[in-house]
Structure formats: structure tokens, C-alpha cells
Design a protein around this ligand. Structure first.
Ligand code: SAH
Length: 372
């Protein structure tokens, strides 16, 4: 028989923590104290919360775990700027988290929102492994705290996490409530002991779930949105991103346009450059047209195209576009005045593409057993 898994302190909202402490007859300032240990001191155990009375620490330990995941693999890229973890959750499912540093200025955590993914994008390693379950809000939060702790340990406390992207495993809008709850938790103000991440430093990336985009437009927080487009015609997008059959480009563009009209915030269209597949001039021209249709204010450049050379994965035969093709594609966008960036492939030597570390350890596991 399995022992029940205690809830994690990261699963609690500030209100839930406050209520629980009130039930226990604790003075009101304890909630702030514990919150501060969790989100600013980044405590790695309940015992480390040394200014709490012993009896309260014991009670907390009987009721909650601090966190509920363990690192089962960790990789560093050869240039030292990218680190990646494979975490095992309390129920045994595994997820990936990445830390990317950019010249020591921007330090971005890339976190998972689900274990596996049901969207089945053909070129994506996570899609190839299928869907396991939604992550709890606390499990999304805990990935961020883990990365922040690692950063602090590496730099003696000098460096803090500056950005958060939900671009790891899973489709954030298929786990909408938990994702938003995690975001709100991480935005909890520093003055109140919270992590204090600014909404503008957070980006949610969606495969294009239209109801999710519409709902996101109504949120009060100013979090950034990225849409994984990858193809500018339904025929091609149906192949690469099968959810396109349910939410075709016309609906996706219309929802994104409404989001822009409502929020006036910049959106980026993500484009994995796949050799000979979606890097043609025809696709670039169709993309220019889609961007025009999406942007409600042509004077304001609200739509940005973010290209990334494909990270090859085991279940997909495609390869990264060649340099000349990428230049040609960019020229079409540039001539149309569309802002665009070519993302450098970070951590290619550590399989830092979505779901790739998990796919790799799954293959490597039997070998490890025989040699160990
Ligand atoms: N479900 C979300 C988050 C997925 S991962 C979404 O679809 O946006 C974040 C980005 O990485 C997405 O744009 C996704 O399409 C892209 N991606 C997935 N596999 C990739 C690969 N092998 N090479 C390059 N980009 C990839």
C-alpha cells in the first residue's frame, strides 16, 4: 500500500496558508514569515526555517512537504550558459526544466505545465511521448524555485531569476487554471515576502488553443503570449500541429487579433525552421499575410516572428533549415517590415529542446542498469 503523499507548501495560496495558520492558533505574522522563507529565502527544508518555533515546524512537517520533486538527471551545456533538469514528481511522472542565461543579464527559467502533452505536434519530443497528466500549480511553482535556488548557489546569491517562460513540456492552456494560479503565486509582491516576478517578465506559449487565447485576453495580469504557428497554410499546419484541424488558422488569427485589440501587448509567432518543409518563400509570404491579418494596428508592430532552427528529435525525420534558407525566409519578413528574431539554439548539446532529455534517459536507462 502506498502512503498518502502530503501536499506541498508550494501548492498553497497565501490565503490558504494564512487560514491554516489561523486554525492552528498561530499569530498572523507567521504567514508572512513562512512565505518569505518559501519565496525569498528559497528554503530547501522546513527545518531551515529557523525563526519558526520548533512546535510549528514539526506541525508543518507532519502536514506538508516543502516540495515534492527530486532531480533524476541534470545536464550543463558545454558553454555553461544552459542547465537542464529532469525531475521525478511524487507520483513517478517526469518533467523537464531549463535555465538559460544570456550574457549574465537575462536569466530565464523554462518550465513544464504538464507531464507529457496531448497535442501531438509531429516534430516535438514531448508530443511524441503522449500525455500523462496536468501539473498542479505547486509543481509549476516548484520548478521555478528550484532554478532560482540553483542560480543563487552558483553565484553566491548575486543572481536572481529575471524571466519565466512556459515553454517546457505540455500545453499551458490545456492546464489553464493551474498555470494561472502558479503565475499569480510567483507574482506575489516582494514587499509581502513573495517572489515578486513581474508579469511582463513572464511568457506563456500556446499551441493555439483558441478558447485559451480568448480567456487569456480577459486576464487582469499583463503576461506575454507566444503562439506556436510553425505553418501559414492549413494544409501544412494540419500536418505539423494537428490541433489545427480543431482550431484552423482563420480562427487562430482572429482570436490573436482580438487579444491584441484588447491588450495592446506584443505577441510572438513561433516558427521552428524545418528544412524544406516550412522554410520556403511561399510559406514566408503566406506568413506575411497572416501577420497582416493578425495585427489590428499596422502602425504598432504588435506581431513579432520568432524563428528557431528545429531541434532534431527521434520520432521525426525533419532537420533544421540551412543557413541560406533561413536568410531567404527572413528577407521576406524583413521586406514586409515584420519584426523578427532568429533564436539561437540554446543547449543543443544537452538536448534542451522540449521533452528531449526525458526521451534520451528513457532510451539510456536499460544501459545504465547493465553497467551499474
Ligand atoms: N505547448 C506549448 C509549449 C511547447 S514548447 C506550445 O506549443 O507553444 C515551446 C516551443 O518549442 C513551441 O513553440 C514548440 O512548438 C517548440 N518546439 C517543440 N519541439 C521543437 C523542436 N524539436 N525544435 C524546435 N522547436 C520545438
Amino acid at each position: 500500500m502506498q502512503l498518502p503523499i502530503p501536499p506541498s507548501l508550494y501548492d498553497l495560496t497565501r490565503e490558504q496558508l494564512t487560514d491554516r495558520l489561523a486554525e492552528w492558533g498561530e499569530p498572523v505574522f507567521r504567514a508572512r514569515q513562512i512565505w518569505h522563507w518559501l519565496y525569498q529565502r528559497l528554503a530547501d527544508s522546513i527545518d531551515a526555517m529557523t525563526d519558526l518555533p520548533r512546535a510549528l515546524r514539526d506541525r508543518l512537517k507532519q502536514t506538508y512537504a516543502l516540495g515534492r520533486m527530486t532531480a533524476v538527471a541534470e545536464q550543463h551545456s558545454s558553454d555553461g550558459w544552459t542547465r537542464k533538469w529532469l525531475f521525478r514528481l511524487a507520483d513517478g511522472s517526469e518533467i523537464e526544466t531549463v535555465l538559460m542565461e544570456y550574457d549574465g543579464l537575462r536569466r530565464t527559467a523554462c518550465v513544464s505545465s504538464q507531464a507529457g502533452c496531448a497535442m501531438d505536434c509531429s516534430f516535438c519530443a514531448t508530443g511524441q511521448m503522449g500525455f500523462l497528466r496536468n501539473l498542479r500549480a505547486g509543481e509549476i511553482v516548484e520548478q521555478v524555485i528550484w532554478v532560482a535556488r540553483a542560480l543563487r548557489a552558483k553565484t553566491d546569491g548575486d543572481e536572481r531569476l529575471s524571466n519565466l517562460v512556459l515553454m517546457g513540456m505540455g500545453e499551458p492552456f490545456a492546464n489553464y487554471n493551474n498555470v494561472m494560479e502558479a503565475i499569480h503565486r510567483l507574482m506575489s509582491p516582494e514587499a509581502e515576502g513573495g517572489f515578486g516576478l513581474g508579469a511582463r517578465k513572464i511568457t506563456v506559449s500556446t499551441v493555439g488553443l483558441v478558447p485559451g487565447i480568448r480567456r487569456f485576453a480577459e486576464e487582469s495580469v499583463q503576461v506575454n503570449l507566444a503562439v506556436s504557428l510553425h505553418a501559414a497554410t492549413d494544409a501544412l499546419r494540419n500536418q505539423l500541429v494537428p490541433i489545427n484541424r480543431r482550431y484552423p488558422l482563420r480562427e487562430l488569427v482572429s482570436a490573436t487579433r482580438d487579444y491584441l485589440r484588447k491588450t495592446n501587448r506584443r505577441v510572438s509567432y513561433e516558427w521552428a525552421m524545418i528544412d524544406g518543409v516550412n522554410d520556403t518563400v511561399e510559406q514566408a509570404e503566406a506568413l506575411v499575410e497572416l501577420v497582416r491579418q493578425t495585427n489590428p494596428r499596422p502602425d504598432a508592430n504588435l506581431v513579432h516572428v520568432n524563428m528557431i532552427p528545429l531541434n532534431p528529435t527521434g520520432g521525426y525525420a525533419g532537420r533544421a533549415s540551412r543557413r541560406a534558407r533561413i536568410e531567404q525566409f527572413r528577407d521576406v519578413l524583413a521586406r514586409a517590415g515584420i519584426p523578427n528574431t532568429l533564436r539561437v539554439r540554446r543547449g543543443i548539446d544537452i538536448s534542451a529542446g522540449c521533452g528531449q532529455l526525458k526521451a534520451e534517459t528513457a532510451q539510456a536507462a536499460p544501459e545504465k542498469q547493465t553497467s551499474g
